[in-house]
Write a protein that binds this ligand. Structure first.
Ligand code: GRF
Length: 202
């Protein structure tokens, strides 16, 4: 059973999808040991508490210096001894010391087909607005390892979702979450837990 720490900032529907997958035994070899949010108001924290999973907030607002926040976040991660860290809508630039400490053990879900609509500034609804502006007919979601760049880590899984006539950014965002994110994120956690995903030269 691998130990998973999930980092969140908002509503936590991806976190919910992971909990559901555990309850439905689609994830059999991983347990969530801690949920960390940078935002004290994140509803994701309530979802964790409801399941009796430890939910804590490490907010940059509580620290005078960014370096102190980074250190507190690193400590909160180390403390729960995770085998895997899942960024599920975590709107924090993960500091390099954390990426190095947990090399190849951090994954992120991004709401587009990387390398499209990713990198600096591409988060939340903006990703879908840009996709629609470009007129793409297919978008989707990507699960990838986190390295020192923004959305540049090795891709683990992707799922495509068709853009429909009349879609706006919100409807596209919702369909991508439902059809892609909530599917490939739990699936990847199970694959990692079962030792099916290995990072190598290629
Ligand atoms: C998702 O779209 C995810 O891809 C992005 O942030 C959103 C988080 O949503 N990185 P939720 O908090 O899981 O509902």
């Amino acid at each position: 059973m691998i130990r998973v720490c999930v980092c969140v900032s908002g509503g936590g529907t991806n976190l919910e999808a992971i909990f559901k997958a555990i309850e439905e035994k689609k994830i059999t070899d991983a347990q969530i040991v801690r949920v960390i949010s940078n935002n004290p108001g994140a509803f994701a924290l309530e979802r964790a508490k409801k399941r009796n999973v430890e939910a804590i907030c490490v907010s940059p607002k509580d620290y005078a210096e960014r370096a102190d926040f980074n250190k507190a976040l690193l400590d909160a991660l180390k403390e729960c001894k995770p085998d895997l860290i899942v960024l599920a809508g975590f709107l924090v630039n993960v500091p390099v010391e954390i990426i190095r400490e947990f090399k190849n053990r951090i994954i992120n879900i991004h709401p587009s087909l990387i390398p499209s609509f990713c990198g600096k500034g591409f988060y939340g609804i903006k990703v879908h607005e840009e996709a629609l502006k470009k007129g793409v007919k297919v978008s989707g979601a990507t699960v990838h390892f986190v390295d020192e760049g923004i959305d540049t880590g090795r891709i683990i899984d992707q799922k495509a979702v068709y853009v429909k006539e009349g879609d706006d950014a919100k409807s596209l965002q919702e369909r991508i979450m439902e059809e892609a994110e909530w599917v490939i994120l739990p699936k990847t956690i199970q694959r990692i837990a079962q030792g099916e995903v290995k990072i190598g030269e290629n």
